[in-house]
Design a protein around this ligand. Sequence first.
Ligand SMILES: [Zn+2]
Length: 160
Amino acid sequence: MCMLPNGVLVQELTVPGPVGGFAGFTTVTPAGASTTWNLAQLNNLANMAVVLAGSTFHTSDPQVLLRAQTLVIEQLAFHECAHARLPTANEFAANAESIEQMQALGEITPADLQWIGTFTQSLGPQPPQYGGSGAAFWAGTIQLMNASPGPHATLDSRPI
Ligand SMILES: [Zn+2]
């Protein structure tokens, strides 16, 4: 659930697929905002998180794997919510804001942040708006967080 600063809930919709492409995208209009989730790609990312967590933490402990998976999906939800709340179409701004929101709510430890970074960096080639790769996207996210703690709406106030 994502709420705009004016108290209006962001409408959430789902589409069944396909695997690949976007996991979620958010649109903002004067009337409100909506996020569309691609269930197949969300499932794909959730599976990738489990595989990567298993090899990263050298474990098959279901509690560890579930926590790692939950963090990845939760951060995605905060990321889309940040697009709507700021609002911004800038991916780095939305990502930095998502992490700062999770930190402000006490949802992530430094180790959790490191894991989200590990997962993001593992994503490989990405479109230009994400810096071209998972590694560049994460580096830019951290750089932005360090340079100017949120909100980051001033980076890009175009309608999205
Ligand atoms: Zn985004």
